[in-house]
Design a protein. Structure first.
Length: 404
């Protein structure tokens, strides 16, 4: 039996049901657990705390599977966890062909991300056609990969599973980055899926993350609601998620910026797939920071601006630099708005919490000399639930603001 015993007083976070055990909290390890092996975690006084996946290479030395002393970690365990997650999504999410089925710790499967893309016209409330895309980011889920894939195909009725574990966090777990087919047929070059009445091409093999930013679904719907008769600027647009939503909502003009010509080509395919007037859209293959300043200097102004940049802070060591970058784009974003204009601004950096992000945006508004009021706090949808004991799960945060 593999047993991890903690140092005195280091059990407090687990008693609050936080699922991580850090290396510096461990007093001793009995047995010789291999990467991903199940270990029993005990307090210094011998009390049972949880069953966890062991990761000898990571500073997060163990991730808890279960706090129930009587629950074994076996194939049946993963089948139950996956079935529950799928049932939750079908009960809570509809009207979309793209959903996050598994969100790591929040679904009791730490280190696992699974997105489900249904072919055009399909809905996540149904099973069958489509593509499952997985990211195995920790030693525990890597060790149980076969059981997880079997549970996914059984619970969804979808036979096609593709792996996108090409993420740097795997290196901290002592794992190589990897992509490839896990079950079923190879995915096509792109899958066309629908969301909020908009069709999108999704490249699950080469696109960002699992091919699409599923977490912004509700926020794209909000942009769609407010876009009518507005001129819209979308920065870091990728394949045009917010841009297409704005066009669907009746925007007069949409200017979109991204530094990937390939992503912009897919965005223009999305315009065609929806039958939108291509003359309403301008696509700029450029650096967003420089282009924002250039647009301001040239006198361009907009009614609605979307700032959805990539992660600026990979860790706490990068917070100061990231804060400067967030302030830079928000400052110019505010300046580009006409009176009464709306700013949708986001951070997906887990190291930047909501309070700090709001402080950064407030500083940008002050420097832009505008009166900005927060209309709504934004985040991911209900398919990205947050454990109350695990605030680290709240990586996406955003604000909808209006200037006077």
């Amino acid at each position: 039996m593999n047993i991890v015993t903690l140092k005195p007083s280091k059990e407090k976070s687990l008693l609050r049901r936080h699922p991580w055990v850090y290396a510096n909290a461990i007093d001793r390890v009995e047995g010789k657990p291999t990467p991903g092996a199940t270990v029993i975690v005990r307090a210094a006084d011998g009390r049972f705390l949880g069953r966890a996946a062991y990761s000898p290479h990571s500073q997060i030395r163990a991730r808890v599977w279960s706090f129930d002393e009587n629950e074994p970690i076996d194939h049946a365990f993963f089948k139950r966890r996956v079935q529950r997650a799928v049932a939750d999504r079908r009960a809570m999410v509809s009207g979309t062909g793209a959903v996050r089925l598994i969100f790591g710790e929040a679904d009791g499967l730490p280190g696992l991300i699974v997105d489900f893309y249904i072919e055009d016209g399909g809905d996540v409330a149904q099973s069958g056609r489509g593509q499952l895309v997985c990211q195995f980011m920790a030693a525990g889920v890597e060790a149980w990969k076969e059981a997880i894939v079997a549970a996914l195909t059984s619970a969804t009725g979808c036979p096609n599973v593709y792996e996108r574990s090409d993420v740097s966090i795997r290196e901290k777990e002592g794992l190589e980055q990897i992509t490839g087919l896990l079950a079923g047929d190879e995915p096509p070059a792109t899958i066309i899926t629908s969301e909020n009445g908009v069709r999108y091409h999704v490249d699950v093999r080469n696109g960002h993350k699992t091919g699409f930013y599923v977490d912004q679904r509700d926020n794209r719907a909000l942009v769609q609601t407010y876009a009518r008769e507005r001129e819209v600027l979308n920065c870091f647009c990728y394949t045009g998620g917010f841009s297409l939503a704005a066009m669907k909502g009746g925007a007069k003009r949409v200017v979109s910026i991204d530094s990937s010509g390939e992503a912009l080509a897919t965005a223009q395919k999305n315009v065609e797939a929806n039958g939108f007037d291509a003359a309403r859209a301008a696509w700029l293959d450029a650096d967003a920071f420089k282009t924002l300043r250039r647009l301001y200097d040239e006198g361009e102004r907009f009614d609605l601006v979307v700032l959805d940049p990539p992660k600026f802070a990979a860790s706490r060591e990068h917070v100061d630099r990231a804060a400067r970058a967030y302030k830079d784009i928000n400052l110019t974003g505010f300046k580009l708005l006409r009176p009464g204009g709306l700013l949708f601004t986001y951070s997906c950096s887990g190291a930047i919490d909501s309070a700090l992000f709001q402080k950064i945006v407030a500083g940008a508004a002050a420097d832009a000399r505008v009166d900005a009021r927060i209309l709504k706090r934004l985040g991911a949808g209900v398919d990205h639930p947050l454990l109350t004991a695990f605030p680290e799960g709240e990586y996406l945060k955003g604000l909808l603001l209006q200037i006077a």
